[in-house]
Ligand binder design. Structure first.
Ligand code: C2E
Ligand code: MG
Ligand code: MG
Ligand code: MG
Length: 291
């Protein structure tokens, strides 16, 4: 790319290059250096048990804060990272950081039961994702049972030897969740073969759950499917009490969404949930001493 630059540092573009193409090049150039410049970080969104409010896990969500671009949404830069072959180092960094963070919460006195990390289809290409993951876990000192990997239906249907790769991951003891479930086209027969523990109902079905009969039917069908296949089901994008009550009524026990918390930094997770754990403890103590 440096070669394309003119002598004075000006860059010459072919006239056919669209504005979009330019924007893309700029994004790529900035993204390439984002990790080393420490512009990439993670936010964490709590996953809770609906009826008790108890923390059951967090999902790690990548963020990119660039001095020129501001905060860039993952929906904008993940596809770019995928196309430019940058998703592997980025994904590796996300995994490692998520695992380090779990250990750091542990040390600070908050045992987060589990962390969910999103995987891109490209991370399933060529090579042993399981080896990578077990290396990261070992280095961080985190047990495999506390890591859950989130993949979409299309990852599983498209990656050539996905079944093999997913079985390898299962063999090292990490969990697997199907993200945005219901929006893809995975066959149920295939699903049955997969070592999956969790289905995540896509936010689009939750949004109008109590007013749109179709969304309601789909959400209920996914909850039923989870029950029949003995999988845990979590709803994403839960924003109000009405949605939460609906889910609980239909047997979905776990949720994630703005009703409980937006994705937040690691210290926010620590202060809020350590306090709640302390309060739960002291209530139990009070109850015991009254008895
Ligand atoms: P996702 O994995 O389905 O993550 C859930 C998205 O929904 C997040 O958006 C989250 O902030 C948002 N969300 C959560 N609760 C609510 C709610 O109550 N209402 C609304 N309106 N939205 C809610 P975010 O962080 O912008 O991430 C978007 C997508 O980018 C993710 O969808 C995931 O597919 C991808 N992504 C994020 N981090 C990573 C990563 O580290 N690696 C890869 N490969 N993909 C990632
Ligand atoms: Mg996800
Ligand atoms: Mg999702
Ligand atoms: Mg989604």
């Amino acid at each position: 790319q440096a070669k394309a630059r003119g002598r004075n540092g000006y860059q010459f573009y072919s006239p056919s290059m669209s504005g979009e193409g330019l924007e893309r090049l700029r994004l790529e150039a900035l993204l390439r250096r984002a990790v080393e410049k420490q512009e990439i970080f993670l936010h964490y969104q709590p996953q809770v048990e609906i009826d008790t409010g108890r923390l059951v896990g967090v999902e790690a969500l990548v963020r990119w804060q660039n001095p020129e671009l501001g905060l860039v949404a993952p929906s904008r830069f993940i596809p770019v990272a995928e196309d430019m072959g940058f998703i592997k180092p980025l994904g590796q960094w996300v995994l490692a950081e998520a695992c380090r963070q779990m250990v750091s919460w542990d040390k600070a006195g908050l045992a987060v039961p589990k962390i969910a990390v999103n995987l891109s289809v490209r991370q399933f290409e060529r090579g042993s994702i399981a080896e990578q993951v077990s290396g990261v876990l070992r280095e961080a000192g985190l047990g495999p049972g506390r890591l859950q990997l989130e993949v979409t239906e299309s990852v599983i249907m498209h990656a050539g030897d996905a079944l093999q790769l997913v079985n390898d991951l299962d063999a090292i003891g990490v969990g697997l969740a199907i993200d945005d479930f219901g929006t893809g086209y995975s066959s149920l027969a295939y699903l049955k073969q997969l070592p999956v523990q969790t289905l995540k109902i896509d936010r689009s079905f939750i949004k109008d759950i109590s007013t749109d009969a179709n969304d309601e039917a789909i959400a209920v069908a996914i909850i039923q499917l989870g029950k029949s296949l003995n999988l845990s089901v979590i709803a994403e994008g839960v924003e109000n009490e009405e949605q939460a009550a609906f889910l609980l009524r239909h047997g979905c026990r776990h949720a994630q969404g703005y009703l409980y918390s937006r994705p937040v930094g690691p210290d926010d997770i620590l202060t809020r949930w350590r306090r709640e754990a302390d309060e739960a403890c002291s209530t139990e103590r009070d109850a015991a001493s009254e008895a």
